[in-house]
Write a protein that binds this ligand. Structure first.
Ligand code: G3P
Length: 224
């Protein structure tokens, strides 16, 4: 079995964006993540600086658009993201929804060169996304995002059922869960429910001591 995955989505949190992201990444880089795959989904503005400063960490984009290099003002173009250090991307996050066709065209354009973690609000959306064969699907009930109750406590069934559903369609797709995940125990619970990792944000980005929180999350993944 592959290493459990802990993906920290920096969103546009002040403490995780711009110049502040340098300090945050320096703190997170001090975490002992041996045996756990740690990923940071960062702002496109910060990607290059962070990937250059921390070559041993894995950085993803928070979104990409299926456009080429040319007349596409303001879009997040994949080739440049990869050149600047992105080894993956989120897509269809609850805070940045796209049409299924967007996901389909992006997957076609990337052709397996980087990881694509497609987010699903529920099982129905996970089913549609699984048919497109992204690298991973992260199930995140929107109403629990940013809250203090982990999806693994509030709705363990959606995690278990999404894992079964996705694996039934394509066993090669990894399944993550997220929303409200804040502690090592939440991560352990996610893995016990069959998820292969977690996607989280505020637990780390709003923490007084982000490195300590991340260490707890990583330790939870190891314990499971
Ligand atoms: O992308 C992660 C996310 O939407 C969950 O956010 O703050 O509930 O961990 P949070």
């Amino acid at each position: 079995m592959s290493e459990p995955l802990v993906v920290v989505n920096c969103k546009t949190y002040a403490a995780a964006s711009g110049l502040a992201s340098n300090d945050l990444m320096a703190a997170l880089a001090s975490v002992d993540s041996d045996g756990v795959r740690l990923v940071l989904a960062v702002s496109a503005f910060d990607l290059h600086a962070l990937a250059s400063a921390h070559p041993h960490l894995e950085f993803w984009s928070q979104h990409l658009d299926p456009v080429g290099q040319g007349s596409f003002t303001g879009w997040l173009e994949p080739e440049t993201a990869m050149e600047r250090g992105a080894t993956g991307t989120l897509i269809n996050h609850a805070e940045h929804k796209v049409e299924m066709d967007h996901v389909k065209r992006l997957l076609h354009q990337l052709d397996g060169r980087i990881n694509v973690c497609a987010c699903a609000a529920d099982e129905a959306e996970a089913r549609s996304l699984a048919a497109l064969a992204p690298t991973m699907i992260a199930v995140e009930p929107p109403e629990l995002i940013g809250g203090d109750v982990s999806v693994t406590s509030a709705d363990p069934g959606i995690v278990r059922d999404t894992v079964a559903l996705v694996k039934g369609i394509d066993a090669g797709i990894m399944v993550l869960c997220g929303a409200g995940v804040k502690t090592g125990e939440d991560v352990s619970a996610a893995l016990r429910l069959g998820a292969e990792g977690v996607l989280l944000a505020s637990g780390v980005t709003k923490a007084t001591d982000p490195a300590a929180v991340l260490q707890d999350l990583v330790d939870g993944a190891r314990r499971a």
